[in-house]
Ligand binder design. Structure first.
Ligand code: NAD
Length: 486
């Protein structure tokens, strides 16, 4: 018999016999991990009531005490790294080598960073003659977090960290594909002494997300997902003027100049396309290679790809795991067919992997297209799978123009050994998360978020704490009021 999990409200798992149930599938095996009770309207109402109650307690707690409890949660997360990483591997299909070293680690880092910042929030005070005013940074209230499935626990941590540090509470809805990571975070917060209701988890699909974005008691929505969904979330949120953070998709350029370190550029292009089997929003899926290094780059890449091992995500040697679902795998394979039909040259990969241990899972070979042109769909649309498109360019001016010729603006990378050129080019790229001679590093200290259709607001970094507070100005009269009437 499969186990059943549910929403987590006010410090406890919900048990609602009237709830509809969906299945959580392990994408590497196609087997059911557990069934999940979707949140009913009664559960959603209970979550909001519990959040409102918890807000009164949490927002009044001295920030240094909030910080201590968040740091306790960080300690527990780190102690449970492997147990939590295993859940992420089973729910997402990503390799153990990544989940055990990145997912929980970067989630905990973000909470640690914002816990440190919590007691540093100060207001201002200014004299106006004898009168004066001062400001207070006050939390917003109940924040809805809505997550994608590619980094379930990390996304929950990145949203909880600034929100809770600033004194808000959260109702978090994980993706219906990956319901377990956020529940574990909720348990950790309770164990760390964070009051019941500060972090509630509601399970379900877009309908539950929609409900949250429409609810009048929710002050802000922090969303991670596709651009189209983000537009719907923003439109729904506008009805009650909620503030929003939108972490959306991308089709980012990775630019490799003739003078780049070839080995480093090849490593970066592989990381920027095959990490987490291509399911990373910031991936540099349009790889622009300058004509002088093009041939050598392609040959070196072709050799390197042969070392990639696609297989059982739990095997520590596996580099490429399973895609999130059968339908997502079909979407990725469709894009590969479209690339071939559009006339791109399939340099390597391109097929489903279904031998031995991959037999019932949703695996796709690391795939590289050369002879691509900017107008091909594989170079314009987010595929979110292990598919790299290589484009050739001649001049700096040309590549900047082509790199920016997209509605997305999430990330970008430049490889060159010319320090002036590296900065000069990246300053002209329309993207929020940029790397020079690096790709993908995203420490908690660095703000991340998109330009153009890739997002609104930022996660991580100093400025993000400010997105979870509002300023109250308080004017204090010392001098008597002079009446204009008498
Ligand atoms: P998605 O947009 O399909 O779903 C995201 C979440 O929104 C899910 O929890 C889903 O249930 C919910 N949802 C669906 N419809 C909704 C509605 N109408 N109202 C409210 N919520 C709704 O995205 P996905 O397939 O889960 O994730 C992949 C996408 O996420 C990719 O486009 C990727 O680039 C993006 N992503 C972005 C970042 C970033 O930081 N910029 C990080 C990770 C993933």
């Amino acid at each position: 018999m499969t186990t059943q999990i549910s929403s987590f409200v006010n410090g406890a798992y919900v048990n609602d016999a009237s709830a509809s149930v969906f299945q959580n599938i392990n994408p590497a095996t196609g087997k059911v991990i557990c069934s999940v009770e979707a949140a009913t309207p009664a559960t959603l109402d209970a979550a909001i009531q519990s959040s409102l109650k918890a807000f009164k307690v949490w927002s009044k707690m001295p920030a240094i005490e909030r910080s201590r409890r968040l740091l306790k949660a960080v300690e527990i997360l780190r102690n449970r790294n492997d147990e939590l990483a295993l859940i992420e591997v089973e729910d997402t299909g990503k390799p153990w080598s990544e989940a055990s070293t990145v997912d929980v680690v970067t989630g905990a880092d973000s909470i640690e960073y914002f816990a440190g910042l919590a007691p540093t929030q100060v207001g201002t005070q200014q004299a106006l003659g004898n009168d004066f005013f001062y400001t207070r940074q006050e939390p917003l209230g109940v924040v809805a977090g809505i997550g994608a499935w590619n980094y379930p626990l990390q996304i929950a941590c990145w949203k909880a960290a600034p929100a809770l540090a600033a004194g808000n509470v959260i109702v978090f809805k994980p993706s219906e594909e990956t319901p377990r990571g956020a529940l574990k975070l909720a348990e950790v917060f309770i164990e760390a002494g964070i009051p019941e209701g500060v972090f509630n988890v509601v399970q379900g699909d877009g309908k539950v997300g929609e409900w949250l974005t429409q609810h009048p008691n929710i002050a802000k929505v922090s969303f991670t997902g596709e651009v189209n969904t983000g537009c719907k979330v923003m439109a729904a949120s506008s009805k009650t003027l909620k503030s929003v953070t939108m972490e959306l998709g991308g089709k980012s350029p990775l630019i490799i100049f003739d003078d780049a370190d070839l080995e480093q550029a090849v490593i970066a292009s592989m990381l920027a396309n095959f990490y987490t089997q291509g399911e990373v929003c910031t991936h540099g899926t349009r790889v622009f290679v300058q004509s002088g290094i093009y041939q050598r780059f392609v040959e070196r890449l072709q050799d390197s790809i042969k070392t990639l091992k696609v297989g059982d995500p739990l095997n520590p040697d596996t580099h490429i795991g399973a895609l999130i679902s059968s339908s997502h795998m079909e979407k990725v394979l469709d894009y590969i067919r479209i690339g071939v039909e559009e006339g791109a040259h399939l340099l390597s990969g391109g097929r489903r992997v279904d031998h031995f241990e991959c037999k019932n899972g949703y695996f796709v070979e690391p795939t590289v297209f050369t002879h691509c042109s900017d107008d091909m769909r594989i170079c314009q649309e987010e595929i979110f799978g292990p598919v790299m498109s290589i484009l050739c360019f001649d001049s700096e001016e040309e590549v900047i123009k082509r790199a920016n010729n997209t509605g997305f603006g999430l990330a970008a990378g430049v490889f060159t050994q010319n320090i002036q050129k590296g900065h000069r080019v990246i300053h002209q790229i329309e993207a929020g998360i940029c790397w020079i001679n690096q790709y993908g590093a995203s420490p908690a200290e660095m703000p991340v978020g998109g330009y153009k259709m890739s997002g609104v607001g930022r996660e991580n970094g100093l400025e993000t704490l400010g997105h979870y507070t509002q300023t109250k100005s308080i004017y204090v009269g010392i001098d008597p009021i002079e009446s204009p009437y008498i």
